[in-house]
Write a protein of this length. Structure first.
Length: 255
């Protein structure tokens, strides 16, 4: 993939996950110097912290993509908790001028009806304050599997997704070759990519450059290209990709 395809600009963002500098300013400075167009991360709740982050984002000319968890990782959160906590986070993301919000939404143990209710309420509130939400494909959430995601697409056809299919590779213990219809349907709803390469035994290969990971990398590249092409054909002017990779792991067989 290139930095620009036809008239649609590809913008790369760095997630705050895994950033380890001593301060927010140092982390954002490092992200800017690395050539990223923006950053994805949680908006703080404190007014002073929000003001500082907004000033730093403007100072470094970084786009901001809000990142939130509908339960704020609160163990045992109810369906109503997921809705109210999401709304609070959306307000914070709005104050920081988020381009859009990436949400890890619902729970894998909630019913289709409960997860659909959360998604409808979150999306409706976001729309009311002028934000768009993509719901991340992620283990532990409504989207933990292809089947669970398709059930929600049936219940709420307007859902927009953040495609991180690495999680599905792990859950389904495959590169999804036997579920291409489901993958292709999800691609039609995908407006953002977390570009992490998964494999049948985990959500992240040790190094995507390693020859023994070629089949996994090729599968993911095909999915990402299809998503980018679909968004380009839909007339989008910009498309965001987060090249997500966790703690570094060295491949001993790669020169």
């Amino acid at each position: 993939m290139h930095g620009e395809i036809s008239k649609m600009r590809i913008k790369f963002v760095r997630g705050m996950w895994g950033m380890a500098e001593h301060s927010l300013q140092a982390n954002l400075k490092k992200i800017k110097e690395a050539g990223f167009h923006g950053v994805e991360g949680p908006a703080p709740f404190g007014e002073n912290d929000k003001h500082q982050m907004k000033c730093l984002l403007e100072g470094y000319d970084l786009d901001f993509i809000g990142h939130q968890h509908s339960d704020l990782f609160r163990d045992g959160a109810s369906v109503s908790d997921h809705i109210s906590l999401s709304k609070q986070q959306l307000d914070n993301n709005k104050e920081l001028g988020a381009v859009f919000v990436n949400s890890q939404t619902g729970k894998d143990y909630f019913s289709v009806e409960d997860n659909a209710h959360i998604i409808r309420e979150v999306d409706a509130y976001a729309t009311s304050i002028g934000l768009n939400v993509v719901h991340e494909v992620h283990r532990g959430r409504f989207s933990f599997s292809i089947a669970s995601t398709l059930a929600l697409l049936d219940a709420v056809p307007e859902i927009r997704l953040n495609a991180d299919f690495s999680h599905w590779c792990c859950v389904h213990e495959s590169l999804l070759h036997n579920q291409l219809d489901g993958v292709n349907r999800a691609i039609q709803h995908s407006d953002y990519i977390h570009a992490r390469v998964g494999h049948p035994q985990g959500p992240q290969v040790n190094d995507p450059r390693c020859p023994h990971n070629k089949s996994a990398l090729d599968a993911h590249l095909a999915w990402w290209d299809a998503i980018v092409e679909r968004n380009k054909n839909d007339g989008k002017n910009e498309f965001y990709i987060s090249p997500e990779f966790g703690p570094e792991a060295t491949c001993q067989h790669f020169p």
